[in-house]
Design a protein around this ligand. Structure first.
Ligand code: FNR
Length: 188
């Protein structure tokens, strides 16, 4: 089955290593997954004061989420959690009350860091948030990618074969997971 996947890059940095990972994942995804980035850089800081009158940038963001069948989070770990910009984007997506964009939307999380534990703590925080947002999450495989300078080439190829095949398997399993969830939990 064909599925649209919206991916979030948790970092806003120009040279983000998580963006490099996301671009590599796009290349490794099975052909059944149509990958598009969900951009959140232009969202203002969320407050519920906006709930009665969402600004156009937030409406466009919610619309982009509405048309995807699943979401993939590719995020760094900042101070043992997710970056503030990504949390802000999730808060926007969850509101207004009753219009949570993540309800029943399958998700997966992955991230890379130069550190040895490869964003593990940030991913645990993100999983707690996504649980509250009622997103069915792919539990396994987990993916904690330790970034090395030459891991991903300028044309988004993963240079280490074992890592490349692991990531290809991750995207394959995500496709299987999305198909399964969507068959039992149709969207409203
Ligand atoms: C970091 N970094 C980091 N790394 C990590 O493994 N655990 C952590 O808790 C943190 N904390 C942290 C806080 C802040 C504010 C910054 C800027 C950085 C290092 C981080 O992994 C590294 O900068 C990566 O390059 C971040 O990924 P992006 O933004 O390049 O995708």
């Amino acid at each position: 089955t064909q599925h649209k996947v919206g991916y979030f890059v948790g970092s806003l940095a120009k040279e983000s290593i998580n963006r490099k990972l996301a671009q590599a994942l796009v290349k490794l995804a099975p052909p059944q997954l149509e990958m598009t980035e969900i951009s959140f850089a232009d969202l203002p800081l969320y407050t519920y004061d906006y709930d009665s009158d969402f600004p156009p940038v937030a409406t466009a963001y919610k619309d982009a989420l509405a048309v995807v069948d699943a979401v993939l989070f590719v995020t760094p770990e900042y101070n043992r959690s997710i970056p503030g910009g990504l949390k802000n984007a999730i808060d926007w997506a969850s509101r207004p009350y009753g219009k949570n964009s993540f309800t029943r939307k399958p998700s997966a999380v992955i991230g890379t860091s130069p550190g040895a534990i490869g964003t593990a703590v940030a991913q645990q925080h993100l999983r707690s948030i996504l649980s509250f947002c009622n997103s069915p999450q792919m539990n396994a495989p987990e993916a904690y990618i330790q970034f090395k300078p030459d891991l991903i080439s300028d044309d988004s190829e993963v240079t280490v074969e074992s890592t490349r095949e692991f990531l290809r398997g991750f995207m394959h399993d995500f496709h299987v997971f999305i198909t399964r969830v969507r068959s039992v939990l149709p969207q409203e």
